[in-house]
Write a protein that binds this ligand. Structure first.
Ligand code: ADP
Ligand code: MG
Length: 484
């Protein structure tokens, strides 16, 4: 998937690395027992530690460590059995301590790898540089009072994983594929819910450009606040084009932090390199270095679920699905489980088709997720059986499917109550065939010159039976009659 930006003096390519903040799924915060539930009354979930009260001591939440290790293992990364929490010092009104506790020199997780799925079915490995744990800050509310900013500290101290990628991304689409895959893995692992609207997954994009063929990296800009999948692509593309324009005009790129303005679809300067913070990192004297026992890591490793890449491989191998179909089905654990239940004991390709085309189509149109799906997997399976048993034609099966989606009823019941059973009884179809032929002598003439017209006759008979006749049977009867 090559993405080239054409300039007057030549072609340019994008170099991009992402820094993702993922909120850890945990009932309590990273260094206090306060709740992390979303949407609570402002400042109702704040312990003295989260409020930065003097003399309060942070205590590491072992479950958050476990979650970060689980994520590291899911990213096939090195787990550092020795890591250190450091203070990152800066002033901000929603940071009561005057520092954020983060990891710097010794992160919990080192190098790993994430496979992204490209549209043509191939995959590409994007390097993971590191994953470290840190605490979130509070939130400044600027829109509650006309002349004041309010501070909500509910989020203060919530555990975040910062996941940093290598600059291996080469296009906006690859960046989106990376975000999607990362989100999918986090959700499989149960370590982050991946909800970008609620801010549980936030992305900063580092973007530079270079001439196609060049091996050196250009100067990068870091774009903050890219908070939906769509914006990830937009922000990167806008920023890359902006840089190409400057370079083509003989200018140079200043390393800076920029903000994505989603309303206008542009990035604008936030602060230059000169204004960059000196965070004065140093090990937090209130926290000992974190040392993990081998057995702790081993236990987590053993409890890992089958992850999307492995599941995809298995679906291709076991069910003979195309890489594309397998990729679509495994993106969410719930859809993969749904599919497997439908496919059990049936033709898996047929099951995949029904799930991807009909079911996902209907869910999309209804704006529903798989959790709210009105059709249970065994019901969809039974519908496919009715089709294969020739109780239903393809056309009737789609009608029954639509009713199932509407009502949640069993397919057998719908077929019985609404009389939707396919007519395969020749004696019921023959008189209709006779009548259609008798009523249309002109078309019979045309058929002699052009046998394709049989399709028109089939259509007429199907219409007369309100779609219930078996189409193959109709075709055969028509042929016999028209040629006989
Ligand atoms: P910082 O500490 O300033 O954030 P890092 O070394 O942690 O710097 O890099 C941050 C991100 O920037 C990483 O995701 C990395 O892949 C990416 N990156 C580094 N150099 C470049 C570059 N020249 N162009 C694009 N992205 C880059
Ligand atoms: Mg960084």
């Amino acid at each position: 998937m090559s993405f080239v930006i054409k300039g007057d003096t030549g072609d340019w390519e994008i170099v991009c690395g992402l820094e993702v903040h993922a909120q850890v799924i945990s009932r309590a915060k990273l260094f206090s027992g306060a709740s992390t539930a979303f949407g609570a009354e402002p400042n109702s979930q704040v312990s003295p530690v989260d409020a930065g009260m003097p003399g309060m001591l942070p205590v590491i939440n072992a479950f958050c460590i476990e979650q970060a290790v689980r994520t590291g293992l899911g990213l096939r990364a090195e787990i550092n059995r020795f890591s250190v929490f450091e203070r990152k010092n800066y002033f901000y009104p929603d940071l009561p301590n005057g520092y954020q506790i983060s990891q710097y020199q010794h992160p919990l997780v080192g190098r790993g790898e994430l496979l992204i799925d490209l549209p043509d079915g191939r995959t590409k490995a994007i390097g993971i540089t590191r994953l470290h744990l840190e605490m979130d800050a509070g939130k400044s509310l600027h829109d509650q009072l006309p002349d004041r900013t309010l501070i909500d500290l509910n989020r203060s101290g919530v555990a975040l994983m910062e996941i940093v990628s290598e600059p291996d991304i080469r296009s906006p689409e690859e960046a989106v594929a990376y975000m999607r895959k990362l989100r999918s893995i986090l959700r499989y692992l149960g370590t982050c819910d991946g909800n970008m609207e609620e801010g549980s997954l936030r992305c900063d994009a580092n973007v530079s450009v270079r001439r196609v063929g060049s091996r050196e990296f250009g100067t990068r800009c870091e774009i903050k606040n890219v908070n939906s999948m769509r914006f990830v692509a937009k922000a990167i593309e806008y920023e890359a084009r902006r840089q190409v324009e400057i370079l083509e005009a003989g200018g140079v790129i200043e390393q800076e932090t920029r903000l994505f303005d989603s309303g206008r679809g542009v990035t604008r300067s936030m602060r230059s390199k000169e204004e960059a913070h000196d965070y004065r990192y140093f090990p937090d004297p209130d926290l000992l270095p974190l040392e993990l026992e081998e057995a702790f890591v081993a236990r987590i490793r053993e409890s890992l679920p089958e992850l999307p890449d492995e599941k995809k491989e298995r679906f291709i191998r076991e069910f003979g699905l195309t890489p594309y179909d397998a990729g679509v089905l495994v993106a969410e654990r719930a859809t993969a489980d749904y599919f497997e239940e439908v496919a059990a004991g049936r033709d898996a390709k047929q099951a995949a088709n029904w799930v991807i085309t009909e079911l996902f189509g209907a869910l999309n149109r209804a704006g529903k997720g798989i959790e709210e799906c009105p059709i249970r997997p065994h019901q969809l399976g039974r519908l496919i059986d009715l089709l294969n048993e020739k109780v239903l034609s393809g056309r009737l099966a789609k009608d029954v499917f639509a009713i199932m989606f509407e009502t949640g009823e069993d397919p057998e019941r719908i077929v019985e109550e609404r009389g939707l059973r396919q007519v395969t009884d020749t004696s019921a179809i023959e008189p209709i065939v006779e009548k259609v032929i008798a009523d249309n002598p002109g078309q019979v003439e045309t058929y002699r010159k052009n046998p394709k017209v049989i399709g028109w006759f089939v259509g007429q008979v199907m219409k007369a039976t309100r779609g219930k006749a078996n189409p193959q049977m109709v075709q055969e009867l028509l042929k016999k009659r028209l040629e006989g």
